[in-house]
Design a protein around this ligand. Structure first.
Ligand SMILES: Nc1ncnc2c1ncn2[C@@H]1O[C@H](COP(=O)(O)OP(=O)(O)OP(=O)(O)O)[C@@H](O)[C@H]1O
Ligand SMILES: [Mg+2]
Length: 402
């Protein structure tokens, strides 16, 4: 805790602020609580924007400051833990992928195990979960890595163009075909072909793709000869292909060809601890990219990142942090910078006292109802004496009158 003592001088070079900045230089994760009695609001804003953890207006109240320090310790522990996880992740086998979650580590290990093989892989995951990143990792880890990785988004190309995009065409194949053009499949020779949004592939092309997967040869549009192509196929979708099959929108035989191995990618909210880990990662990345001095998240922002559902998964998290880094003027990203609609009530408490109290109350209410409000019986069920029971009722302010 740093006692500024003096009011800040007009050019902002107060000794206290200089110390604040020196401490943060030596130990960037230090939680500094600044106390000042003068120009409270101005000092508070300046201290926080200089990287202080919190501001305290004198006179000092021991309980209040105790509470503040306790929370600072918790945040510090969390940040240190995140750092450690981040360091651990640097050993991650998959290029560019950040995770410390056991579910994702399982996904990574599947990708690692199948990368040397030629099996077709279907990556299933909601939007922004990292389908393309994993497809690229699959390629990078394989012996095909020095050959092309070619991605095609079947949902983004107009139906009448997908065929020529995939298979290419010969000169004169149709009006406007002024020269021969190779398709994506052929361009991926020796490498990996990534068929993104495979659920959007029109039925006629599903037939043509199936033929390629079976025979491993293609014919360019307007071409007469078969061309053998050696590619590894990875595809991805956020849709339920089984439903599409039932509805006749997706061919079952193609589904089985594409899904020799299916990899289910969990949404971000199911990856314990990953949201904060990724957030720190993106913060560092974009602070360097945009030459910003922002170093961390403030308490509310950190809690919100951990508690938010992230419906748009890693992509949403990355975009929000990128925007926050660009917009931020201080060393810490605030909850407002993140623009997350977040309510503190949803956060699970880790405070042991609060957890015990909650459990005590639940047990007391249960015991009361089981014993029909009979106090002696309730106390017996709880394994405590009647006076202790009355003491707890008073302590927790419970209303037990029927
Ligand atoms: N585990 C991760 N670690 C680091 N960056 C990640 C991770 N997962 C995803 N990203 C990043 O998040 C963004 C979205 O990932 P990607 O494009 O692979 O997702 P997607 O599932 O293909 O999304 P969409 O359905 O929107 O196409 C990319 O910038 C990617 O680099
Ligand atoms: Mg994608």
């Amino acid at each position: 805790m740093l006692d500024l003592g003096l009011p800040p001088d007009p050019d902002g070079t107060t000794e206290g602020f200089a110390i604040l900045s020196e401490i943060l230089k030596v130990h960037p994760l230090a939680k500094i609580i600044v106390a000042s009695g003068h120009e409270a609001r101005e000092s508070a804003l300046k201290a926080i924007s200089e990287g202080a953890y919190d501001f305290y207006k004198k006179p000092i109240d021991a309980d209040e400051i105790g509470f503040m320090v306790e929370r600072a310790f918790k945040l510090y522990d969390l940040e240190v833990e995140n750092r450690q996880l981040q360091e651990k992740k640097e050993n991650t086998p998959l290029p560019g992928l950040v995770t410390a979650s056991s579910k994702m580590e399982e996904v990574c290990s599947i990708i690692e195990r199948i990368s040397p093989t030629a099996v077709s892989v279907l990556l299933l995951g909601a939007s922004g979960t990292g389908k393309e990143l994993l497809a690229r990792a699959l390629h990078e880890l394989s012996e095909r890595k020095n050959n092309p990785f070619v991605a095609i988004n079947c949902g983004a190309i107009p139906e009448n163009l997908i065929e020529s995009e995939l298979f290419g065409f010969e000169k004169g194949a149709f009006a406007g075909a002024i020269k021969q053009v190779k398709g994506k499949i052929e361009l991926a020779e020796g490498g990996t072909l990534f068929l993104d949004e495979i659920g959007d592939l029109p039925l006629p092309l599903q037939v043509k793709l199936l033929r390629f997967l079976q025979e491993r040869v293609i014919e360019r549009i307007g071409g007469r000869k078969e061309i053998a192509v050696d590619v590894r196929v990875a595809s991805a979708t956020h849709q339920h292909l089984e439903d599409h099959i039932v509805e006749g929108r997706f061919r079952e035989d193609l589904f089985y060809r594409l899904s020799e191995i299916v990899v289910n990618i969990p949404p971000l909210k199911e990856r314990e601890g990953d949201a904060l880990l990724l957030a720190h990662n993106f913060l560092n990345k974009y602070a360097i990219e945009f030459d910003k001095r922002v170093k961390s998240f403030d308490r509310e922002a950190a809690r919100a990142i951990a508690a938010y559902d992230w419906p748009g998964n890693v992509r949403e998290l990355e975009n929000r942090i990128k925007r926050a880094v660009i917009m931020s003027d201080s060393k810490r990203i605030s909850l407002e910078d993140m623009e997350i609609n977040y309510n503190d009530d949803h956060v699970e408490t880790l405070n042991l006292k609060e957890i015990r109290e909650k459990n005590d109350k639940t047990a007391m209410i249960k015991a009361l109802s089981l014993s029909n409000g009979n106090i002696s019986e309730t106390a017996r069920l709880l394994g405590i004496s009647r006076p202790t029971f009355y003491g707890l009722i008073k302590q927790y302010n419970l209303n037990i009158e029927k």
